[in-house]
Design a protein. Structure first.
Length: 282
């Protein structure tokens, strides 16, 4: 785990993205560079990246496909991603390692840690990162946890409302105990684009004479433990299309259902998280 901090203006947007999968023709390239342009052109827009920068599927991998995997070597894929991050390096808070990155690192070394992050001066978040976001006076606005993730998030429920609820609950269960002092808990990997906001519960109390009502989740300050129901949980989507014209990738062959492509955007105003929204690109 890497622990860090960054000073940002009290009004800012933070893009929460992962799973670029550079190296396959099923990558949604147009949307990827539209996101880059937002970071580059909007003064108070920043980003974090949660792993699987490249496809890194070599010919000896059972998922390899002559139809979808480009001829670029994994090293060339990383160089392409390095050039993608170069113009927005100063606005990228950290980069986390994904399972595709890790699989390649075991044989050729960790390009993210050894080359890309040092050269671009982007903090390397290892497998998990915790970042405190502070204002220029050093006051903490919020704390963010990011883990690339593992295994799938899904549901076989026959109703769309139940499917959505089941997946949000899985997301929360995967992340809730990873860190107790972060308002925002993120993961990638599953290619789902999900946002689970804090949930408040009505309760009653008395002052010795009268009965009053209030809601949970109104705690102030930043303690060492934030109730799991008072946090945001985000599954940060991907830029990898399931289907392509005249080709078939491994996800299609495995029978995966279509997913929304995109990323999430944290909106901080006046030093407080006002919303985290999905940005669907396809």
């Amino acid at each position: 785990m890497e622990i860090g901090e960054r000073i940002l203006p009290p009004d800012h947007d933070l893009i929460l993205a992962s799973d670029f999968h550079e190296g396959t023709i099923l990558q949604e390239v147009r949307a990827l560079f539209e996101m880059q342009n937002k970071v580059l052109s909007q003064k108070n827009t920043f980003m974090v990246f949660g792993g699987d920068a490249i496809e890194a599927i070599t010919v000896d991998d059972k998922r390899y496909s002559l139809e979808t995997d480009k001829k670029d070597t994994p090293l060339k894929q990383y160089r392409n991603i390095q050039e993608f991050f170069r113009p927005i390096a100063s606005k990228t808070l950290f980069i986390v390692q994904g399972n595709h990155d890790w699989a390649l690192a075991r044989t050729i070394g960790d390009y993210l840690a050894e080359v890309l992050c040092p050269e671009l001066k982007i903090p390397y978040g290892t497998a998990t990162a915790k970042w405190a976001i502070k204002d220029k006076k050093g006051r903490q606005m919020y704390k963010l946890f990011f883990w690339h993730g593992n295994k799938n998030i899904g549901s076989v429920a026959d109703d769309p409302i139940r499917r959505e609820a089941n997946m949000l609950l899985q997301l929360k269960r995967k992340l809730a105990n990873k860190s107790g002092d972060c308002e925002v808990m993120c993961m990638g990997h599953s290619h789902k684009l999900l946002v689970c906001p804090p949930m408040s519960t009505l309760y009653l109390y008395d002052d010795g004479q009268n009965i009053h009502s209030a809601y949970t989740g109104n705690e102030t300050g930043h303690g060492q433990w934030i109730h799991p129901d008072s946090r945001w949980y985000v599954n940060t989507g991907s830029f990898l299309k399931l289907y392509g014209e005249h080709v078939s990738g491994y996800a299609e062959r495995q029978g995966y259902d279509p997913v929304e492509l995109g990323y999430a955007v944290l909106e901080c105003r006046g030093g407080k998280i006002r919303n985290i929204r999905k940005e669907v690109v396809a």
